[in-house]
Design a protein around this ligand. Structure first.
Ligand code: FMN
Length: 170
């Protein structure tokens, strides 16, 4: 898949089949994270790979808007160092890169940024220097993915030269 097609087709999927994602694809997703650029190349992040069914269930219990984490084949807890003002910007980039790398291999995913933070910190031994920035659940989709994205049109979100000047895609 070329890069644009990957971006344009990717959906956030919350229903997983239970199929096992091979280790080499899991590593590829983590390599995508490692390859992502960060502010001043600080690479201030850390990733916790969660694969065991018990830990996935425990993680899901702490994600009120991410019960689907419990059905994922694996999850990645994305930690970023909050002392950097841009750390959440980097978190967003790294999550998207992991999701796109997975999608390119037929593996779907979704993320959540809402947690019962205290319990996740204790359960997964997360030091206070890190912000608990995202949890991403990955797995093969339960159904064939046919969805269309619901997105605003370019003319609604783009201005030409000055804010408010209409942009008409050519
Ligand atoms: C910062 C951020 C936080 C999100 N949090 C959640 C969440 O807590 N639970 C969830 O199910 N989806 C979450 N999502 C997924 C969004 O709902 C999804 O990206 C959006 O609906 C577009 O989905 P689509 O690309 O499949 O059309 C989040 C996405 C982003 C970018």
């Amino acid at each position: 898949m070329d890069a644009f097609e990957c971006i344009a087709s990717k959906l956030d999927i919350r229903e997983f089949s239970g199929g096992k994602v091979p280790d080499d694809i899991v590593v590829r997703v983590l390599e995508a994270a490692r390859s992502t650029g960060s502010g001043s190349n600080t690479q201030h992040w850390h990733f916790i790979l969660v694969r065991s069914t018990g830990d996935l269930s425990r993680l899901a219990e702490s994600c009120p808007y991410g019960p689907w984490v419990g059905e994922a084949d694996f999850a990645v807890i994305v930690l970023t160092a909050s002392r950097w003002s841009f750390h959440l910007f980097d978190a967003g980039r790294v999550v998207q890169d992991m999701q796109l790398a997975a999608w390119n291999q037929g593996v779907s995913s979704c993320l959540t940024t809402v947690f019962t933070e205290g319990s996740v910190r204790i359960e997964f031994n997360i030091p206070m220097e890190f912000s608990l920035s995202a949890v991403v659940g990955f797995g093969y989709p339960r159904r064939r993915v046919l969805g269309r994205k619901r997105r605003k049109s370019l003319s609604e979100i783009v201005s030409l030269e000055r804010y408010g000047n209409p942009f008409i895609p050519g």
